[in-house]
Write a protein that binds this ligand. Structure first.
Ligand code: NDP
Ligand code: GDR
Length: 371
């Protein structure tokens, strides 16, 4: 019998990579998607199977982490062997604008999943993966951050995820459930949401090199993140649920990089070197040289400017994970390096904007501008 997985947040970056991985492994994959006024399944459209075909292995259900009766019904129908709770309002800056909603979806949403499994008598059958986060570490207590590092969350998002972390541990201890936290450090890909910093940068670089955007406005360039590739990280999620014992794991590369250095690497991908001037809210970057003699990058052009609107009320300055436990028990190690990740993201955005530009020039479409 094939295993059955249920993924919340299947329309997100990680949901898409995880669904692909589980289908490759022979799972039947159910996913919960939210109703929206426009199609929101771009990342998983290639996995879609006609609902009229029997024996399909990819099935979507409408639902929401704010709706417990909906979750109970879906879990009862699906009878999953594994639940991956990836659904969340996942943007740290936006959580300062929507703190109550974030607490409901990211914090209580996790409780709803755990409680549904308990109420349905599935505690011995269904394993649960909770998408925990390096944001739990927040204000630096120690580096590198491991499973033993104390938490000090610095945003409504992180506080909500802290509740989710501990309620997962509590249900494991109280009811003997196979429920685990993956404390994942930042992971990116060409499927990354457009307003997270890496994708915002790679999209801007691609658009600028085609003359479609003038400048990149950015927030805190001193922040340091431990960035890996989402494809590697979803494999760790699966491995965590295949262990004999339910445990929590840090998943990270062990290398940290500033936002500024990510920008430098992304511009280098289109042959541009930068010169930074000023500091703090007045920092800017100019084209020092363009090896491809790209007309859109004349020497001296201002291409990056800090906009304090992107600063956070409380920032997480430094994240660097210690993935030793994952290496030892899961045999997991990040495969993709940061230079490879930056290359893949810039190249993917270049391809897609070249296509859009051609269509636009032929009168077919209008480019969307994101934050
Ligand atoms: P995304 O923002 O790309 O995806 C989030 C998913 O959650 C989307 O499918 C979204 O649906 C869905 N969602 C949002 N709100 C609800 C809700 N109320 N009910 C049901 N579904 C909802 O995030 P990622 O794929 O990057 O991250 C996956 C998970 O891992 C998240 O929980 C995130 O907080 C966590 N995480 C991510 C890290 C990263 O670096 N990517 C690192 C550590 C943890 P829709 O498409 O409709 O918006
Ligand atoms: P993060 O990711 O907050 O770490 O959360 P994000 O890419 O949003 O920010 C990383 C760092 O870059 C700084 N920054 C900017 N960020 C954004 N979004 N936009 C900007 O213009 C900008 N300029 C500088 C930020 O201040 C921050 O320091 C991500 C999410 O995926 C969470 O869901 C997940 O839990 C954590 O990673 C681990």
């Amino acid at each position: 019998m094939p295993k059955i997985a249920l993924i919340t947040g299947i329309t997100g970056q990680d949901g898409a990579y995880l669904a692909e991985l589980l289908l490759e492994k022979g799972y039947i994959v159910h996913g919960i998607k939210r109703r929206s006024s426009l199609f929101n399944t771009d990342r998983i459209d290639h996995l879609y199977e006609d609902p009229h075909v029997d024996s399909r292995r990819f099935i979507l259900h409408y639902g929401d982490l704010a709706d417990s009766s909906n979750l109970i019904r879906i879990i009862q129908e699906v009878q999953p062997d594994e639940i991956y709770n990836l659904g969340a309002m996942s943007h740290v800056k936006v959580s300062f604008d929507t703190p109550e909603y974030t607490a409901n979806a990211d914090g209580i949403g996790t409780l709803r999943i755990l409680e549904a499994v308990r109420l349905l008598g599935l505690t011995k059958k269904t394993k649960i993966y909770q998408a925990s986060t390096s944001e739990l570490y927040g204000l630096v207590q120690e580096v590198p951050q491991s499973e033993r590092t104390p938490f000090y969350p610095r945003s409504p998002y992180a506080v909500a995820k802290m509740y989710a972390y501990w309620i997962t541990v509590n249900y494991r201890e109280a009811y003997g459930m196979f429920a685990c936290n993956g404390i994942l450090f930042n992971h990116e890909s060409p499927l990354r949401g457009e307003t997270f910093v890496t994708r915002k940068i790679t999209r801007a670089v691609a658009q600028m090199s085609l003359g479609l955007q003038d400048k990149l406005y950015i927030g805190n360039m001193d922040a340091k993140r431990d960035w890996g590739h989402a494809r590697d990280y979803v494999e760790a999620m699966w491995l965590i649920l295949q262990q004999d014992k339910p445990e929590d794991f840090v998943i990270a590369t062990g290398i940290t990089t500033t936002v500024r250095d990510f920008i430098i690497m992304a511009f280098a991908e289109v042959g541009v070197t930068l010169e930074f001037r000023g500091e703090g809210a007045n920092e800017k970057a100019f084209v020092a040289a363009s090896s491809d003699n790209n007309e859109h990058f004349p020497p001296g052009k201002e291409v990056v400017s800090v906009d304090p609107a992107y600063f956070r009320p409380t920032e997480v300055d430094l994240l660097i994970g210690d993935p030793t436990k994952a290496q030892q028990l899961l045999g997991w190690k990040a495969k993709c390096t940061l230079p490879q990740l930056v290359k893949e993201m810039v190249q993917a955005d270049l391809q897609s904007f070249k296509r859009e530009k051609m269509l636009k020039e032929a009168g077919f479409t209008i480019l969307k501008q994101f934050e």
